[in-house]
Write a protein that binds this ligand. Sequence first.
Ligand code: IPE
Ligand code: IPE
Ligand code: MG
Length: 263
Amino acid sequence: MSIFARVFHPKKTESQSLKEGLAAGSYKIPKHLAIIMDGNGRWAKKRHLPRVAGHKEGMETVKRVTKLANEAGIEVLTVYAFSTENWSRPSDEVSFLMKLPVTFFDTFVPELIEQNVRVETIGDIDKLPETTKQAVIDAKEKTAKNTGLILNFALNYGGQQEIVDAARQLAREVAAGDRLVEQIDQESIAERLTTGFLGEKANPDLIVRTSGEERLSNFLPYQAAYSELYFTDVFWPDFGEGDFEAALAAYTKRDRRFGNVKA
Ligand code: IPE
Ligand code: IPE
Ligand code: MG
């Protein structure tokens, strides 16, 4: 750890709360935090409730974590809400999940505006039911001028398809004579991924997955090349301030080398 880092990230004490830690500058703050919100179904099952009860409760966690991320000074919070593979779930569950963004934005957009949060999405929202798509578009429009945290929903998102789409776009440009094969590089691919609008913040610094599963499940495979990974057994509906603090504390201790050696 450099002297600079030591001054600004003094060792946290065991009993430190998130607020105290933030005020003391105890954490290294990821610019882009991405979360694979998992375990809603198991949370519900444990309580003998239908799976959708877990999704409803998980929505409250998104609200809570958005506030925490904003307070921590995180710039982009990407949350994996629905994967391209999730369409294969029972139709009742899929239709409930499709209604969630409508409820979420109905109740939460005024607060997002108050918190200066801007809503964005990655993934193919054109394939969502019309009311869902409209709720998402409205939320984006209503928060478009906000300059704080970007709350980025991965909705009908599939990382491998995103790479296929970028490859097709580039192939078309080459076929049309607008691009040389040699002009296909990391930058031109990154720009054509759905995270392209995030520019230098497209790659998550930290990816958190809840519920004990330790895989990416087609989430940001290109962008995760150098992401730090953090796994916790907590089910997403139970993920609270203490768990958020633990993730930040773990990230603070990571030594990101990017293939280099320590100075
Ligand atoms: C995550 O919780 C939410 C979505 C994938 C939409 P799950 O629904 O995957 O919950 P588990 O993994 O079955 O417990
Ligand atoms: C990943 O969780 C997708 C979301 C969190 C939206 P899944 O629960 O769908 O992933 P698998 O099936 O366990 O890999
Ligand atoms: Mg799951």
